[in-house]
Design a binder for this molecule. Sequence first.
Ligand SMILES: NC(=O)C1=CN([C@@H]2O[C@H](COP(=O)(O)OP(=O)(O)OC[C@H]3O[C@@H](n4cnc5c(N)ncnc54)[C@H](OP(=O)(O)O)[C@@H]3O)[C@@H](O)[C@H]2O)C=CC1
Ligand SMILES: CC(C)(CO)C(=O)C(=O)O
Length: 313
Amino acid sequence: MLKLLIIGAGGIGGYYAAKLSAAGHQLVLTARGKHLAAMQASGLEVHSQDQRFHCQVPAYDHGELVRRYQPDDFDLIMVCLKSTATLPLLDELGDWLMQGTVPVLSLQNGVDNEPLFAHALGESRVLGGLAVRIGGHIIKPGVVSAQGEARIVMGIWPTAGEQADPRHRLLDQLKAAFEDAGIPVNVSEAIRYELWRKLVINNGVNPLSALTGLDTGTLTHDPQLKRIVYGMMAETVEASKADGVNLSQQDLDDMFQLISEFDPIKTSMLVDKEKGRPLELDSIAGAVIRRCQQQGREAPFTETVVALLAHAN
Ligand SMILES: NC(=O)C1=CN([C@@H]2O[C@H](COP(=O)(O)OP(=O)(O)OC[C@H]3O[C@@H](n4cnc5c(N)ncnc54)[C@H](OP(=O)(O)O)[C@@H]3O)[C@@H](O)[C@H]2O)C=CC1
Ligand SMILES: CC(C)(CO)C(=O)C(=O)O
């Protein structure tokens, strides 16, 4: 059985925690505020499709985590925070993480999280990852609702290297354990490429959904809005070239087709907007605009939506 620490057990982390705990793995979670208090008082409840999971799993804030545990008490640390919280996390837990050697798997949206972990902890401790085909959110403190197959794609950051790298064996172990727990997994040899493909979708729909209040189905089927979605996706493809990833026209069309054919989802950015929480705008749209600027290009669709969002209530 695996010992897993999930940092930021909200919509995504809470869902995976419940599935993994139900399969018998030992979990420790971090969270804060009312959600943490509710999990400590009554456990974590997860509603998914027509199933309900309830698990009583230790949950702490970061101060209490470092008092109780060492990083190497765990086989894996999964980071499921918003990308806005990555740098604050490294401020809070960077020294503690440096006391161990355990690998860190980010399941966050965006292409800048893994580089931050690699810079702070060393590349050899980083696994890149993403959660796909999932919409998962805290619906009230201690309760998460999730839909979709909730597949995890993960791999050695930034690309699979030598066969002797111990992360290969860990990834095989994780795939087997997660799939036994009902979590489909793809192990990717090119996780940075996969993260960029996901960013194509996120930049296409997340900011526009936060601006309009619309779900992914409406955004990708309305004749006017779908042109904006496609335009923002095309700008992400251009941006990828600054990182040497070189997404293609085929990637663009595949990603547009994927999100338009998938069940309509309320994006995580729209949920954040409605709750008055910080938006992952810099790590999604900002990442695209900056890389287009580096190449002397404009990103007019993305820049316009970001400018409108700055003035939206
Ligand atoms: N939600 C979704 O459907 C999807 C999300 N993703 C990506 O997954 C990642 C996680 O998203 P999501 O699950 O929605 O995020 P959530 O906001 O639901 O969960 C993160 C949790 O971490 C907590 N947290 C933040 N900072 C700290 C801290 N310093 N100490 C302790 N707890 C902290 C948050 O508390 P607080 O609320 O107080 O900040 C929150 O409870 C994001 O990058 C997102 O883009 C990807 C696919 C789909
Ligand atoms: C692709 C999408 C919209 C759902 O998985 C997402 O990643 C999000 O809501 O942030």
